[in-house]
Every structure is written in structure tokens, then in C-alpha cells.
Design a binder for this molecule. Structure first.
Ligand SMILES: [Zn+2]
Length: 467
């Protein structure tokens, strides 16, 4: 098998649940985790005669995504019925957009890959959820009618790694836009991958297979890698790739045929008669504001002196960006605190980014104590750790833990004299030229001062006294 002779062609379709409080065509709650079938009404149950009414919040969020990725936003788009039968779809059709989507074109900026093109972004309603358990299958329609955008990427990705990077960038962008929570496990960010392979140098696309049911970044890589190898092996063995939908089995790490892939005409799309065309006025378009995307925040941080690696780490979690912003002052020093002391505390479960116990604006007060010599750099680390843990004012922590550094020359001199008096042999050697004994003297003094002596001041004092 020679995977190297082939070029994979990958395009991703992402379904992202919009963070509206109510569903797209009715007032039912979108809250995750409620008991089954408690957030339903005649509209989202698809009862005869119930009429959908559009949630304008969902439209604004779709526009926000479209503006952020540079899509063309249609002044007029239409709703379509996508007909299929499935137990989690009581109406027998899903309201989606087909011929005229709200957004088309545009691109997602992906670190290291440039911009990956988009075909379109359209609005649609989610279906319910089948729950297969022992003894039978059940259906929960709480998710039925939850607003989604489907983000259809162009087949511009060439490896499983690129696909994973694209997904990560897209997910983070949607979180920054405040329109999706990026939760793969709860299914609010779902990905299907279209994968085909062709011999290198060929321009015609191979037969594509659609992979479904991929709910983590690791599985995205595994599923695509498996599928590329499977298709290459099939072609090299003289076989043909069938156009089909395959499910990824994350326990066995393989993909399995689920059904032959539907063509668009299988869905018998037609305009939704119960909803008027979706009109986007100039005023609405202008009223939707777009915050900075992750890549722009990385650029702003590096311009302020933060290292590229630290900037990427911070931008990976919008809560860290917020902490960094609230610390203020020296951007680089604040970044070092965020990726250092704070990250460590979070790892050790001493801090929760969702419920911080301290005011980040107090961090510069610790730096001030350190820079003035009132506390040592070691003590500063301890104060920061304690600040994160308790939220107590830095001065109070210094006092309570007795961390104040002795910089007072008179007080230090007493100790320095005592050390010199009781170590005559070392003093002799030092005076004979063994000047690296300076560290030994400072160490002795520090011991006596229980680590609270100002090392700079001690150094200077010993040098002066020993000549
Ligand atoms: Zn409802």
C-alpha cells in the first residue's frame, strides 16, 4: 500500500448549535440536560396545524458568523423542507436552507494553514435524539427545533492533521463570537467529514465517503486517517470506493458502512410554505457587531510583547484572555503569570477558571512588593500562589506568612558581622582569592535570617566587609 502516492481531499461540515435561549421556530427552552421531552410544544413536536415563527436571535448569530468569516450575506434567503423519515424527526422533514442560504463564500483563518474556504453557512433546526438502550429505543425531542448553523467548508484540507487544526480554529472562533459553546461531548459542535483520495497529479476528485459520528478532535484524526488508508488500499487492490455514509466506531478505531450516501434529490427539497423568505435589512446587518477573532487577539498580545507561544496558550481559552486583560500593566509579565502560576494552580485544582477566588487586578501589587525589595522573588511566587488560592490582599499575605524581606542595612549588618566572626577559615580563603566563597557567606546569613534577607543587599555587604 502506498498512501504516499495518493492525495487525500477532505471537506468538513460542522453543525454548531446557536446559543439562543429558545428554539428557532418556537419558544421552548434550549437548555441542555432537562428530563426527556419536557421542553417541547406542538411546533417542535410537529403536530398538525402548528405554525413556526422565526427566532430573530438565531438569525443575528448566523449573520455574526457570516460577517466574521467574510461571507456574502444574502438580503433575501429562503427556508426549505428537507424530507426524510427518521424516528427523531416527527414532522417527517427538517426546516433548513437549500438553494438560497443566508451566508455564502468566506473563509476561516487557521493558524499555520492560512484561510480555508467556505461554501456556505445556513440556518436550520436540529432533530431530536434517539436513545438506544437495552430493552428498546426511546426518543427525546428536547433537541428538536434547537437552532443550528451548518458551516460547509470547501474540500481544501489535505490531511487528518489539517482537518483537526481547521476544526479547532473554527470552534474557538465560534466561542469568541459568543454563538456556540464548543461542547463536542454534548453534541453542540458536531462534525461530518467528506473524504476522498486521488492519485497525486490527478485533478479529478475521487468518490467521496461521508464520515459521521465523530465527537472529539482525536477521533476526527483517527477516523480520517483510517478512511484514507482504507480507500487507498481498496483502489490499489483494484476495487472501487463506494459513495456512502460511514460511521466511526471510536472503540475499534474503524469506520463502518451505514448507508449509501443520499443525493440532494433524495430529500425532495422544496420551499417551506409556512415561513416567508428571510430578509436581512441593511440596518440589521449593520447592527450586528463582530468581536475580535482568536487570531487577532494573538496578534494584539504578541504586539504587546507576549511571546507567540504564550499568546497562543492564553487565546486557547477566552477566560485566560479575560484574566490577562484584568491584570493589566506589563502584558508580558501578566502573560507569564497566566501561563505559569495560574495554569499550575488550575492543574492542581487550586483554582477554577469558571469561578476565580481572586481579583486579577491585585497581581501587579505583588510585582510592586517584589520590585521594591520588600519581598524576595521566591516569596513573590508564594504570595501569588496564596493570592490565587484565597483572594486575600497581597500585603496581608506577606504579613500573615511573615514573608517580608529584611533589606534594612543595619539589621543585615549584624548578621553579616556574626557570620564573618564565626567562619575565620573561610574568610582567610576568600581573602586569599577564593572569591566564589561569597555564595557560602550569603547562604549562611540567609539561614540565620530564615530566608528573608535581601540577597542583593547581603552580597554587597559581604563584598564591602571582606574587601
Ligand atoms: Zn417547541
Amino acid at each position: 500500500m502506498a498512501v504516499a502516492d495518493f492525495e487525500p481531499v477532505i471537506g468538513l461540515e460542522v453543525h454548531a448549535q446557536l446559543l439562543t435561549r429558545s428554539k428557532i421556530f418556537c419558544g421552548c427552552s434550549t437548555q441542555f440536560g432537562a428530563p426527556p421531552n419536557t421542553q417541547v410544544c406542538p411546533v417542535c413536536l410537529g403536530l398538525p396545524g402548528a405554525l413556526p415563527a422565526l427566532n430573530s436571535g438565531a438569525v443575528e448569530m448566523a449573520i455574526k458568523a457570516g460577517k466574521a468569516f467574510g461571507c456574502r450575506i444574502a438580503e433575501r434567503s429562503i427556508w426549505a423542507r428537507k424530507n426524510y423519515f427518521y424516528p427523531d424527526l416527527p414532522k417527517g422533514y427538517q426546516i433548513s436552507q437549500y438553494e438560497l442560504p443566508i451566508c455564502s463564500g468566506g473563509a476561516v483563518p487557521v493558524p499555520g494553514l492560512g484561510r480555508i474556504g467556505l461554501e456556505r453557512i445556513h440556518l436550520e433546526e436540529d432533530a431530536g435524539k434517539n436513545i438506544h438502550a437495552e430493552g428498546g429505543s426511546e426518543v427525546d425531542l428536547n433537541r428538536s427545533g434547537v437552532p443550528l448553523i451548518e458551516i460547509v467548508g470547501k474540500p481544501e484540507l489535505r490531511s487528518a492533521e489539517e482537518a483537526s487544526e481547521y476544526l479547532k480554529a473554527l470552534r474557538l472562533s465560534l466561542i469568541y463570537l459568543g454563538i456556540n459553546d464548543g461542547n463536542l461531548e454534548e453534541g453542540s459542535f458536531r462534525c461530518d467529514a467528506n473524504v476522498s483520495v486521488r492519485r497525486k497529479g490527478e485533478s479529478k476528485l475521487g468518490t467521496r465517503v461521508e464520515l459521521k459520528n465523530i465527537n472529539s478532535f482525536r477521533f476526527v484524526r483517527q477516523a480520517i486517517e483510517y478512511e484514507i488508508a482504507r480507500q487507498v488500499e481498496l483502489i490499489e487492490g483494484g476495487g472501487k470506493v463506494l459513495q456512502e455514509t460511514r460511521l466511526f466506531d471510536n472503540e475499534k478505531g474503524v469506520t463502518r458502512a451505514m448507508r449509501s450516501k443520499e443525493e440532494a434529490h433524495d430529500y425532495r427539497y422544496f420551499p417551506e410554505p409556512d415561513l416567508p423568505p428571510l430578509l436581512v435589512s441593511r440596518e440589521l446587518l449593520d447592527s450586528v457587531t463582530v468581536p475580535k477573532l482568536p487570531q487577532e487577539v494573538v496578534e494584539a498580545l504578541t504586539a504587546a510583547g507576549v511571546s507567540a507561544a504564550d499568546a497562543r496558550t492564553i487565546v486557547g481559552d477566552p477566560r485566560l484572555v479575560e484574566v490577562h486583560r484584568r491584570i493589566g500593566g506589563d502584558a508580558k509579565r501578566a502573560a507569564l503569570f497566566v501561563v505559569g502560576e495560574l495554569a499550575r494552580a488550575v492543574n492542581e485544582k487550586e483554582a477554577d477558571l469558571g469561578a476565580l477566588k481572586f481579583d486579577p487586578a491585585l497581581v501587579p501589587a505583588v510585582w510592586k512588593l517584589q520590585d521594591s525589595g520588600a519581598i524576595s522573588s521566591t516569596a513573590a511566587k508564594e504570595v501569588l500562589a496564596e493570592l490565587i488560592r484565597t483572594g486575600e490582599a497581597p500585603e496581608k499575605i506577606v504579613e500573615r506568612k511573615g514573608l517580608a524581606q529584611v533589606s534594612d542595612t543595619a539589621a543585615l549588618e549584624v548578621v553579616v558581622d556574626a557570620v564573618i566572626a564565626r567562619t575565620p577559615a573561610e574568610v582567610e580563603k576568600y581573602k586569599a582569592g577564593k572569591t566564589n566563597l561569597l555564595g557560602f557567606f550569603v547562604g549562611q546569613a540567609m539561614k540565620e535570617l530564615k530566608g528573608k534577607g535581601n540577597p542583593g543587599a547581603l552580597n554587597a555587604l559581604f563584598k564591602k566587609k571582606l574587601g
